[in-house]
Design a protein around this ligand. Structure first.
Ligand code: GLN
Length: 448
């Protein structure tokens, strides 16, 4: 890789970065894009981005890392992409991911796994694996992933960088092939120590969009403007100890070390037990299965993507879907079952009730403190193949990241070294506070 200086003219710099990306041996990209239709001005002028391949970039392939959409060309820009382009950002490529965002390791892509640039031989985390790996490798300045249950925070943790999942509805999902509509948000990933860039990206992509009725608010400068506002002195941080107890000894140790430094900087730490710790993972998976199965109905081989051979409609559908990978098929089957007449009261309705209780408990905790903090992942990056054949073992690694999605809350993460990461969760609409706390925490945690 050639070092590309920041102060080159944007077009020359983009060319040099494209050159580097074309020699990428981490399998970060599914498609490399040519520079076009970008604004020359704006708060992100010249910043080079990777975009997860489940977000539409007009005129480029959008595969969701699936054979089913291998040759699908997006006819329009996702709102997030449009806003980045309007802010002067340059799109370098469509990044690799777990197939249809189903995974936590970057191993289920139909285009092969993404490799971890920081911990060779270990998984990069997922599902936004290429977005995180390309940022960590310096192939792009920043990337956009999507986060349904941790998909930007998990790979950011495993690649030693920062990521942020906004409050649900703050960033438009228009043009995102979403996995689970009530849980998911497009979400930025930046290098370690780049909170100012993170704030600029959030400001550029946030706000009401007429194409997504869950969105609200004005796009603006709020995050950047409040970047210095968080003071650790007198801050009140809640630690859900029973979730921390689920982590490996190494993760618990680096988390305790970080908490010690935050306390030394003047923060008050309150430990508590979260009843939701027991129910949050099943509530997440049941909700996600149900919404995923429903979203995947559109891929019937008739309208989008690959069409299998067959005598009648049923056979065409079956053969078209047969190119889907095992994890995607598992989720469609489970989602169809848990929302069926036979399964609904036993599974889906219980999950909805559990979700309501989790939202209530979490909101109560957050109303009496500034932020909740906990590790991002319960383990450090692990070798390829270690968890892939055992879905429950894989799902278990999401136990700390799904809470903000189930509750629609903003959550960011910063690296602690060695593959460990600290997660910050804020109350609804407190995105500015979370981002400014990421900055304040990074300052304290890096100094000594
Ligand atoms: N790892 C989680 C899952 O497999 C989350 C995925 C995501 O956020 N897209 O469902």
């Amino acid at each position: 890789m050639v070092t590309v200086p920041d102060d080159m003219p944007p077009d020359t710099r983009f060319g040099a970065m494209l050159d580097n990306a074309s020699r990428d041996n981490l399998n970060c990209f599914i498609t490399l894009c040519s520079p076009k239709q970008h604004s020359r001005e704006g708060r992100l002028r010249g910043a080079v981005f990777g975009i997860k391949d489940n977000l539409a970039v007009r005129g480029e392939r959008m595969t969701c890392a699936s054979r089913l959409l291998e040759n699908y060309i997006a006819p329009y820009d996702a709102t997030v992409v449009k806003r980045l382009k309007n802010s002067g950002a340059l799109i370098l490529g469509k990044t690799n991911m777990d197939e249809f965002a189903c995974g936590s390791s970057g191993e289920t892509s139909a285009f092969g796994p993404t490799r971890n640039p920081i911990f060779p031989g270990k998984v990069p985390g997922g599902s936004s694996s290429g977005s995180a790996a390309s940022v960590a490798a310096g192939l792009v300045d920043a990337a956009i992933g999507s986060d349904t249950g941790g998909s930007v925070r998990c790979p950011a943790a495993f690649c030693g960088i920062e990521a942020f999942k906004p409050t649900y509805g703050r960033v438009s999902r228009h043009g995102l092939a979403d996995m689970s509509m009530s849980l998911e948000s497009p979400a930025p990933i930046v290098p370690a120590g780049s909170t100012a860039l993170l704030a600029k990206i959030i400001d550029a992509i946030s706000g009401y969009d007429e194409y997504d009725q869950t969105t609200y608010g004005a796009a603006g400068t709020e995050c950047l403007r409040s970047l210095e506002d968080f003071s650790l002195s007198g801050a009140r941080l809640s630690v859900p100890s029973n979730l921390v107890d689920l982590c490996s000894p190494g993760i618990r140790e680096s988390f305790a070390f970080a908490v010690g430094k935050l306390r030394a900087a003047g923060a008050g730490i309150d430990e508590l037990n979260l009843n939701s710790a027991r129910t949050v993972l099943p509530a997440y998976y049941l909700t996600m299965y149900s919404e995923f199965a429903s979203a995947m109905q559109r891929y019937d081989g008739l309208k989008f993507g690959y069409r299998g051979e067959g005598a009648g409609v049923g056979e065409v559908m079956k053969n078209s879907r047969s190119v889907l990978g095992a994890e995607v098929r598992r989720r469609i089957l489970l989602g169809t079952y848990v929302t069926s007449v036979e399964g609904k009261s036993e599974w889906y309705e219980k999950a909805m009730n559990a979700r309501a209780a989790i939202i209530e408990e979490t909101a109560a905790v957050l109303s009496s403190c500034d932020l909740m903090i906990l590790p991002t992942m319960p383990i450090t990056p692990y070798p390829f193949g270690e968890r892939l054949s055992d879905p429950l073992l894989m799902y278990a690694t999401d136990v700390l990241t799904v809470l903000p999605n189930v509750c629609g809350l903003p959550a960011g993460c910063i690296p602690l070294g060695g593959g460990a990461s600290l997660q910050l969760i804020g109350a609804r609409n407190s995105d500015e506070k979370v981002v400014s706390a990421m900055k304040a925490f990074s300052g304290v945690l890096q100094n000594g």
